[in-house]
Design a binder for this molecule. Structure first.
Ligand code: DHB
Ligand code: FE
Length: 288
């Protein structure tokens, strides 16, 4: 049986990817950001999963404004890093897990969540930057991510976007799906994006440390309360792009305490401002 071993939460700021790709991680501006992920890179080596189920959002890269699925699961054998305007990031292609992805699609759709099935898709910074932060830059001699990844794209770009509550409930359905897969696989679920940021309009540059830290506290200790936060609170308190945080609730809903198991262990918690226009938040929770 497959099982969810841990959940990982992290921001996905594109400038972080550029800092890594251009060798700027030791510059004074970036050093404190990357320091917060030193633990995480070692933790990934010590806790290598067989598959990562990576919840992220596409930024009008694979899906233009012509067609916007609310929830889309990548069932392909591989996914190519997208050209986001400056050429594709020099990172490995993402190897999928079509068998587990198809099983999750079957199970989650039968649990009444309507997923879009995507058999071909390029992936943008929303997916590649979290992989870079957690796994480091793959070496030239072994140019690959450490394991297969199932991309799971959530619409947080064009309203109406899904509620935190629906995302949390979807996480529960994903846990059931994973646990009914007939192979012994260690699966990590990652929720990415956030924390507070607003990229446009009169409030561009908004950061809210109090909201972000309260969100981290709630996500750890009272995820049901975190799931109840309405859209308007994210937008008002965390900025228009702060709504990306609903994706963290998918990962949190898949943890075993939500289904009556013991509370997860907080392996790592990190928060730093600024990185580009965004507050960087990061958590690792392990199932016991
Ligand atoms: C930034 C953050 C994002 O989440 C994004 O998708 C693009 C830019 C930023 O902080 O610059
Ligand atoms: Fe974003």
């Amino acid at each position: 049986m497959a099982k969810i071993t841990a959940s990982v939460y992290t921001s996905h700021v594109p400038a972080i990817g550029a800092a890594i790709d251009l060798g700027k991680t030791h510059e004074p501006y970036w050093q404190p950001v990357f320091k917060g992920y030193e633990f995480s890179k070692q933790w990934m080596k010590d806790n290598k999963p067989d598959v990562i189920f990576l919840v992220y959002n596409d930024h009008a890269t694979a899906f233009s404004l012509e067609m916007i699925p609310t929830f889309a699961i990548g069932t392909a054998a591989e996914f190519t890093p997208a050209d986001e305007g400056w050429g594709p990031r020099p990172v490995p292609k993402v190897i999928g897990h079509p068998e587990l992805a198809s099983h999750i699609a079957q199970s989650v759709i039968q649990q009444d969540f309507d997923l879009t099935i995507v058999n071909k898709m390029d992936v943008d910074h929303g997916l590649t930057v979290p992989l870079s932060l957690m796994c480091g830059q793959p070496s030239k001699t072994n140019f690959a991510w450490p394991c297969p990844v199932i991309p799971f794209a959530v619409n947080v770009v064009q309203y109406p976007v899904p509620s935190g509550q629906r995302c949390f409930n979807l996480g529960k359905a994903i846990r059931k799906a994973v646990e009914s897969f007939d192979q012994d696989l260690k699966v990590q679920i990652w929720g990415t994006g956030g924390m507070s940021h607003q990229l446009q309009g009169p409030r561009a540059g908004l950061i809210n440390k109090e909201f972000d830290n309260a969100f981290l506290d709630k996500l750890i200790a009272d995820p049901t309360a975190a799931a109840a936060i309405p859209h308007i609170d994210y937008v008002r308190e965390a900025g228009s792009e702060g709504i990306e945080l609903v994706m963290w609730l998918i990962a949190r809903g898949a943890m075993s305490d939500v289904a009556g198991g013991p509370a997860p262990r907080v392996a790592h918690r990190f928060y730093h401002v600024p990185a580009s226009n965004t507050a960087v938040g990061h958590l690792i929770l392990e199932n016991r």
